[in-house]
Ligand binder design. Structure first.
Ligand code: NDP
Ligand code: HSE
Length: 441
């Protein structure tokens, strides 16, 4: 008896969708052998069909009708954005169609609604491509590490910003020049704000934290700072410490204390990491994510985080999973949000600061500055002073702190900036000790 095909509706046929269609066609025989059934594309919804004339009768502009058609088994969403993608996927799931999506913005904002709709109809919901492109990350977290307790997921999940920071580090170029180069090479979009302001990474952090900690975390829960304000002085300051600056997405499980329950932190910001850390050598548009779990220890995932073909690889992996589930008569893993840990506000997160100050070089200045750190309960780990000229009257003072609540660190810097003896705050950067066990100390 002939095996029934898995009938696929495509929503979008751009950078990623175009590659999914190409690979589905070029590798049809092998994909069919792996999935246990052949794939058949039954419709492709786009906005501007004239741009896709080669797709002929498969094309439609009525995405809403396509996702509920009787002859559709699985919907692949590679449109992006919140609407109409959300409505289309909810309609599809309600109609019992399984969904494969690459849409990090939607998953991070309203993944719970999609998961509930999938549960209600018994459909599959897969979204490996939404985080770190080609890198298998969500399935390892959700399935391979299901027997372990994940304590931290931290990494570089935005290729555009990593390209810019790598260029600033390697060639000393300014942020503006590095962004121009990223745009010329096609990494950065005409409007690069989702990347450079950290929103893209924040969406990915929300998805990672949700899966890693069995707790619903949305993009609104993620503290987000981008790289627009990273200066050449910051890069030099990091180099002086044997560090590099990376835009990090950090998802952490914070242990319970006497005053607070166990909680979760999800945040995105540029931070100094030791040049010897594996993440430091991840350059250009590559992504890498460092995972720490109680039993497994430290794991690192590395590869291409964007681009049509790499992202299509992740979409096709999900499609094969959906097909196997259909052939075998089962379902993929459901959403796991049983832990319901609170997400703590950024002000309470323990962070370490590296502060570079231009100060008056006279008796008592160091003690005044140290006193402000002490007054805010921030312990100093190291201090370095160098003369910067002005007849010996000015000096550069670099202070590196131990971990203390972010609100105390920020309040200290605000007070320091107003002191007579402080001529300027050159650079304020967080320092991440990614190998540490726990972060409370
Ligand atoms: P593109 O802009 O290249 O493609 C979007 C596609 O969606 C186009 O074919 C467009 O049609 C179609 N489309 C847009 N709006 C509608 C609509 N209302 N109805 C029907 N079709 C519509 O996006 P990408 O391929 O780059 O990204 C797709 C998704 O993949 C996004 O969620 C993105 O975040 C994610 N992703 C992308 C990566 C990448 O490297 N590009 C990496 C990882 C994830 P038309 O062609 O007619 O304009
Ligand atoms: N704009 C994203 C990046 C694409 O630069 O990494 C992948 O999500």
């Amino acid at each position: 008896m002939a095996v029934k095909p898995i009938r696929v509706a495509m929503l979008g046929c751009g950078t990623v969708g175009g590659e999914v269609v190409r690979l589905l066609r070029e590798q049809a025989a092998e994909l069919s052998a792996r999935a246990g059934a052949p794939f058949e594309i039954v419709g492709i919804a786009v906005r501007r069909p004239h741009k896709h004339a080669e797709l002929g009768e498969l094309l439609t502009t009525d995405a809403s009708a396509l996702v509920t058609r009787d002859d559709v088994d699985v919907v692949v969403e590679v449109i992006g954005g919140i609407e109409p993608a959300r409505t289309l996927l909810l309609e599809a799931l309600k109609a019992g169609k399984s969904v494969v999506s690459a849409n990090k913005a939607l998953l991070a904002e309203d993944g719970a609604a999609l998961a509930e709709a999938a549960d209600a109809s018994g459909a599959d919901l897969y979204y490996e491509a939404s985080v770190a492109g080609a890198i298998p990350l969500l399935r390892p977290l959700r399935e391979s590490l299901a027997g372990d307790r994940i304590t931290r997921v931290a990494g570089i999940v935005n290729g555009t910003t990593n390209f810019i920071l790598s260029a600033m580090t390697a060639s000393g170029s300014s942020y503006a020049d590095a962004l121009e180069e990223a745009t010329r090479l096609g990494y950065a979009e005409a409007d690069p704000s989702a990347d450079v302001d950290g929103y893209d990474a924040a969406s990915k952090a929300a998805i990672l934290a949700t899966i890693a900690f069995h707790t619903r975390v949305t993009s609104a829960d993620v503290h987000c700072e981008g790289i627009r304000n990273v200066t050449s002085a910051d890069i030099a300051a990091a180099a002086g410490m044997g560090c590099v600056i990376k835009l990090l997405a950090i998802c952490e499980r914070l242990p319970a204390s006497e005053t607070a329950p166990e909680s979760v932190s999800a945040r995105v910001y540029p931070a100094m990491i030791p040049a010897t850390h594996p993440l430091a050598s991840v350059d250009g548009a590559f992504n890498a994510v460092f995972v720490e779990a109680d039993a497994a220890g430290q794991l690192m995932f590395y590869g291409q985080g964007a681009g049509g073909a790499p992202t299509a690889s992740a979409v096709l992996g999900d499609l094969v999973a959906v097909a196997r589930n259909k052939v075998m008569g089962g379902r993929g893993p459901r959403e796991s949000s049983y832990a319901r840990l609170p997400v703590i506000p950024m002000g309470s997160v323990p962070t370490r600061y590296h502060v570079s100050l231009d100060v008056a070089d006279r008796a008592g200045v160091l003690s005044t500055i140290a006193g402000e750190f002490a007054r805010h309960g921030v312990s100093i780990a190291a201090v370095r002073q160098t003369g910067v000229g002005n007849g010996g009257a000015a000096a550069r003072l670099v202070v590196v702190t131990h971990a203390a609540p972010e609100s105390a660190q920020a309040a200290t810097v605000a007070v320091l900036a107003g002191l007579d003896a402080v001529h300027g705050v050159d650079s304020v950067l967080r320092v991440e000790d990614l190998g540490r066990k726990g972060v409370a100390g």
